[in-house]
Design a protein around this ligand. Structure first.
Ligand code: FAD
Ligand code: PHB
Length: 398
């Protein structure tokens, strides 16, 4: 097989890149290891920045999203049993969209299939080669047979456990990472949200988050240990712990519960790979960087990467200049590190240290009080949480 841009991975990054390039008349083949059912059912992110939604709208991908989404104009930070609202829209003029990542993936898959261009499910890439030549290739499998995809460029959109990043010689890449001594136990429940907005709760027993997907479906998370055995968490224990950590002095507030539809433990980690390019391979989304979920940024960062990449690829085909492609990594990394800092900071402020260190707990309390009591602090938080505007150019390079 031959195409202009070989895209490995049909997550949000790969599917959106395929769509952006198709609109610009550039041919792509998308290879996905999993089945269509699997990628359309994978429960993950839910918070979309306005910049993400604006881009999806501009390229005709947001019709169902705009009909079914929930719009949020603020969020609550809960500590010492009292909730403090941060009026995000008032402070920044920007709002957030709540829409499940798997719903977005369904929309992206449908848009791709409409174009008639190849999106191959159950077609795992097993490696990339000749990356520093002008004819890179992706080796993949289809129906059990070994196949080859010849390309001008390869987009490695294959997530954290993909094959593209490991195809780069180790001496080229530097990996910066931080593991946290905690993880999230997340559930999706058939229960109406108990609050109109997200609640980020700091509690002496650990962090908890109340989020949602629709007026009938709640998404809830609990801080647990990274090696937590999910079998030790029957539904009743999860609800009891959520009720404790989300409790407030106001006795009128109750957490609605209901059947648990999905349950999983997710590690929290920060990873950045530099540079995000080697020869004709460009890494985008989780294949290049991971943020802890506390800042709700991973999906939005993946979208920001491919917005930059699509513009650079279009410019390269149109002009032959490598200026924008050459700036891709630098352009993206500016945003990536801003978001890394914010996600690390928010994670550090809200999670209980495993040793229960009282000094850390006092520092967290001081940071939360400042956030709740200072408009300047709330504004800085809000600017980060709602997200930087998207760019397609190299002008925000360091
Ligand atoms: P992925 O979605 O991981 O897609 C990569 C794709 O590549 C997958 O479909 C995979 O099957 C495929 N693949 C892998 N290897 C191969 C191979 N060898 N060959 C072919 N295909 C391959 N982000 C937010 O912005 N907001 C949130 O609220 C948020 N909450 C989150 C909550 C949880 C519990 C989790 C786990 C994540 C959350 N995130 C959030 C992060 C977000 O889900 C990810 O950052 C996002 O999925 C990244 O998209 P991606 O396309 O880069 O990678
Ligand atoms: C979610 O709804 O899944 C969600 C919300 C906020 C986060 C992380 C995940 O910070």
């Amino acid at each position: 097989m031959r195409t202009q841009v070989g895209i490995v991975g049909a997550g949000p990054a790969g599917l959106l890149l395929a769509h952006l390039l198709h609109r610009r008349g550039i041919d792509t083949v998308v290879l996905e290891r999993q089945s269509r059912e699997h990628v359309e059912r994978r429960i993950r992110a839910g918070v979309l920045e306005q910049g993400t939604v604006d881009l999806l709208t501009a390229v005709g991908l947001a019709d169902r999203l705009r009909r079914e989404r929930m719009i949020h104009r603020g969020l609550e930070v809960l500590f010492d049993g009292v909730g403090h609202r941060i009026p995000l829209a008032e402070l920044t003029g920007r709002e957030l969209t709540i829409y499940g990542q798997h719903e977005l993936v369904k929309d992206l898959v449908a848009a791709r299939l409409d174009t008639g261009r190849p999106l191959l499910f159950e077609a795992p890439a097993v490696g990339c080669a000749d990356l520093d030549s002008s004819a890179p290739v992706v080796h993949f499998e289809l129906d059990g047979a070994a196949r080859l995809l010849e390309c001008d460029l390869i987009a490695g959109c294959d997530g954290f456990h993909g094959v593209c990043r490991p195809a780069v010689p180790q001496s080229v890449l530097t990996e910066f990472h931080r593991d946290y001594p905690y993880a999230w136990l997340g559930i999706l429940a058939e229960a109406p949200p108990s609050s109109e907005e997200l609640i980020y709760a700091q509690h002496e027993r650990g962090f908890a988050l109340h989020s949602m997907r629709t007026p009938k479906i709640t998404r809830l998370y609990l801080q647990v240990t990274p090696d937590e055995d999910i079998a030790a968490w029957p539904d009743e224990r999860i609800w009891a712990e959520l009720r404790t950590r989300l409790a407030r002095h106001d006795p009128a507030w109750q957490l609605a519960d209901g059947p648990v539809l999905d349950k999983a433990v997710t590690a929290l980690r920060s990873v950045v790979t530099e540079p995000m390019q080697f020869g004709r391979l460009f890494l985008a989304g989780d294949s290049a960087h991971i943020v802890p979920a506390t800042g709700a940024k991973g999906l939005n960062l993946a979208v920001a990467d491919v917005a930059v990449l699509a513009t650079a690829i279009e410019d390269w085909y149109a002009t032959g200049s490598t200026q924008l492609l050459g700036a891709y990594s630098r352009t993206c990394l500016t945003r990536v590190w801003r978001v890394q800092h914010f996600s690390w900071w928010m994670t550090s402020m809200l999670h209980k240290a495993p040793d229960g260190d009282p000094f850390t707990a006092r520092l967290q309390r001081a940071a939360l009080r400042q956030l709740a009591g200072s408009e300047a602090a709330a504004r800085a938080f809000a600017e980060n949480y709602v997200g930087l505007p998207l760019t397609g150019g190299p002008n925000d390079s360091p």
